[in-house]
Design a protein around this ligand. Structure first.
Ligand code: ZN
Length: 89
């Protein structure tokens, strides 16, 4: 089933343009441009499998931007997408 995801920077695109980066946890890595590959890999391996609503990190391959997608992993309903840097508060 082809889905369309909404990149916060480019708008709705086919899911084939996106790459799943892992689950967004409580402990967030530094902005992507500042993070080492080791640290990023460590963060991604913390991902856990949960049913239902989840916050996930995705990459839009066309623009190369990381963003957070909030969706239901069972129904695949997408609640929202937001720029990854928007996580900083
Ligand atoms: Zn994009």
């Amino acid at each position: 089933m082809m889905q369309r995801f909404s990149c916060p920077f480019c708008g709705p695109r086919d899911e084939t343009e996106f790459f799943y980066g892992g689950e967004a946890g409580n402990e967030r890595p530094e902005p992507a441009e500042n993070i080492s590959a080791d640290r990023w890999a460590q963060y991604l391996h913390m991902e856990k499998n949960e049913n239902g609503r989840a916050r996930e990190i995705w990459v839009h391959l066309t623009c190369g931007e990381f963003f957070v997608m909030e969706r239901d992993t069972v129904t695949h309903e997408i609640y929202k997408t937001e720029a990854f840097h928007g996580e900083q508060k």
